[in-house]
Design a protein around this ligand. Structure first.
Ligand SMILES: *Cc1c(COP(=O)(O)O)cnc(C)c1O
Length: 345
């Protein structure tokens, strides 16, 4: 068997949701966009619903349909991209809640699904999605008369607690949503961790559920174990891999494992530092990451390993992110389709 094994701990996922929920006095949703951050939206949503989540967020309506099939009727499923042209049937058939981002989307929703639930996404300075304060001022009374179920916005810098943008967006959110009785939501994982001022009626954590920063106390959810295909001795001065980027400084033993950039283990990872783990022992990755293979220096191990771990307790998704010059989010969502996936429940 030469496929790598990706283990997804749904118990840890559920515990992360409960731990985040316990930090607030309000309702806690779960963000399951991008196929549940790459881990299978259906399985992830079911595990989170079992833990107690009643509100789910996805990026696009098609993802909402998948989550609805997994969960059945009842839980709220909100669509962050709103009500796009062509979404009407999906929104109606799967009872989705579009977060309307513009006057156009509002008109589309009123015209096509006048009696269906919706929320409004307001831009408070990130300038990515949502109505500008001016747009909202013009539309506010009409929109409120239709009883939106949520007013929401999103923080641009919440992973940095001291960033002045956080308080600036908080003030702006309070200003544009003041004086009505519609539930409000401002915070994803980062905002939730900023404290009570940022919680309002609903928080929307994503990455923290999956074991990523900025939720430093999160339990790791994914581990990835790679089978060793071959082990060889190289003499001092010999090179390893494409482009001869690594030269053995001493007589060395090199293990070749079965996974590479086609599996989401980015080629940029080799700029490292990056290790593969034999249990608790780190073995440095040497040479380039190729499409299906990675090489590591196992000289110092007392015996040849059968498998080496690239994601484990010692090397979580954010460490891998650092090695590739990116973030844990991108490591997770890039994990490929070639892995044998095991779900622990
Ligand atoms: C992705 C996203 C979230 C979840 O963010 P995390 O940082 O993963 O917790 C919440 N709200 C919006 C609008 C998002 O785009």
């Amino acid at each position: 068997m030469s496929t790598a094994k990706l283990t997804i701990d749904l118990t840890a996922l559920a515990e992360n949701w409960r731990a985040l929920d316990a930090r607030t006095g309000c309702e806690t949703a779960a963000v399951v966009k991008a196929n549940g951050y790459g881990l299978d939206a259906a399985r992830v949503s079911r595990a989170l619903a079992q833990a107690g989540a009643r509100q789910f967020f996805v990026a696009v309506a098609e993802e909402g349909a998948v989550v609805r099939k997994a969960l059945g009727p009842g839980p709220g499923i909100s669509v962050l991209s709103g009500h796009m042209e062509g979404d009407t049937d999906l929104i109606r058939d799967h009872d989705l809640i579009p977060m309307l981002n513009s006057v156009d989307q509002m008109l589309r929703h009123m015209e096509n699904l006048p009696s269906r639930r919706f929320g409004v996404q307001l831009d408070t300075g990130m300038n990515r999605l949502g109505m500008e304060p001016g747009e909202w001022a013009a539309l506010r009374d009409i929109a409120l008369a239709q009883k939106p179920v949520l007013l929401m916005s999103h923080l641009a810098c919440a992973d940095d607690p001291d960033h002045p943008m956080n308080r600036q967006q908080l003030r702006s959110f309070i200003e544009v949503t003041a004086n009505n009785n519609v539930p409000r939501s401002l915070s994803a994982t980062g905002g939730l961790l900023l404290g009570k001022d940022y919680h309002f009626d609903l928080t929307r954590p994503g990455i923290g559920l999956y074991g990523g920063l900025p939720f430093a106390e999160a339990q790791p959810v994914v581990s990835l174990s790679l089978p060793v295909i071959q082990i060889r001795d190289v003499a001092q001065g010999e090179t390893v891999g494409y482009g001869n980027t690594w030269t053995a400084p001493r007589p060395s033993r090199i293990a070749t494992v079965a996974a590479g950039y086609a599996d989401g283990l980015h080629r940029a990872l080799a700029s490292g530092p990056l290790d593969l783990y034999a249990g608790d022992t780190a073995c440095p990755v040497v040479g380039r990451v190729s499409m299906d293979l990675i090489t590591a220096d196992v000289t110092d191990l007392p015996e040849d390993p059968g498998r080496l771990d690239i994601l484990c307790r010692h090397q979580p998704i954010d460490t891998l992110g650092d090695a590739a010059g990116t973030i844990g989010y991108e490591i997770l969502t890039a994990l490929g389709g070639r892995y044998a996936r095991e779900y622990l429940a």
